[in-house]
Design a protein around this ligand. Structure first.
Ligand code: NAD
Length: 243
């Protein structure tokens, strides 16, 4: 990946952090883009070739500014990994319109904004490219206590498959990784009873490590996946094998 420029959202923490470090180890130049600029800056000290930049993926203007900054200061991105996400479990009937807007803005529209901002450059460069969108197994099979989040992640899956069809003519692959319960700050913040029930339901009886999810992202981001597009890969210890 030494000639590649990769933009990773949500890179300050959890799965995105593991993806950014993994891509940097393969020699890619990595833009670690996150709302948490301090976290992204701390990450950039851990490996060569990581540039921290601030972005709010839910804000189209912020995303446009990020794309302009990357193009001007670093170059045309060949790899885009949309990993930024947010969730709080709770009963659907207790949810508010503001909560629903926030979930959709970060988890679904954030990925739409990022694809719209970075794909024109990839298309224009004419050298193909890789988009990896991080969804969730909640978006494939549903998840009690995560109704709106599951809908947003299901939207990511449908959007990615449609985008894969449109982008194939440009040699750009679009694929989806669906983590199951993964040992990150996001998972740690959820309801204790839900967390225990989920771990009991996983055939491996443990959470994924962020690096185990990142490995699937790295596959889709690499030339090893050159003929794979529009696919959805669960990395969830078998949790949803029957779903
Ligand atoms: P995390 O909380 O550890 O990291 C998420 C990162 O996204 C944080 O650094 C945060 O600052 C950033 N972020 C949040 N909102 C943002 C915004 N508006 N703009 C830019 N950055 C923003 O979470 P994680 O567990 O590593 O999650 C990574 C992805 O994996 C998310 O899309 C999440 O929905 C998905 N996922 C996680 C799990 C799990 O169990 N951890 C399961 C399924 C799917």
């Amino acid at each position: 990946m030494t000639d590649r420029i990769a933009v990773v959202t949500g890179a300050a923490s959890g799965i995105g952090r593991a993806v950014a470090l993994g891509l940097a180890r393969t020699g890619a130049r990595v833009v670690a883009a996150d709302l948490d600029l301090d976290g992204a800056t701390a990450l950039s000290r851990e490996a060569e070739g990581i540039t921290p930049l601030a972005v709010d993926v839910a804000d189209p203007d912020s995303v446009t500014a990020l794309a302009g900054q990357v193009a001007a200061d670093i170059g045309t991105a060949n790899v885009l990994v949309n990993c930024a996400g947010w969730d709080r479990t709770g009963k659907f009937l207790d949810s508010t319109p503001d909560f629903a807007d926030k979930i959709v803005a970060i988890n679904y529209l954030g990925q739409v904004h990022m694809c719209r901002a970075f794909l024109p450059g990839m298309v224009e460069a004419g050298d193909g490219g890789k988009v990896v969108n991080v969804a969730s197994d909640a978006g494939r099979v549903g998840s009690s206590g995560e109704t709106i989040y599951a809908g947003a992640k299901g939207g990511v899956i449908a959007m990615s498959k449609s985008l894969a069809r449109e982008m194939a003519r440009h040699g750009i692959n679009v694929n989806v990784v669906c983590p199951g319960p993964t040992d990150t700050p996001l998972f740690a913040a959820q309801d204790e009873r839900l967390k225990e029930a989920l771990v009991r339901a996983i055939p491996f009886r443990r959470l994924a490590k962020p690096e185990e999810v990142a490995d699937a992202v790295l596959f889709f981001a690499s030339d090893a996946a050159s003929y794979v597009t529009g696919q959805v890969l669960s990395v969830s210890g078998g949790l949803t094998m029957a779903g």
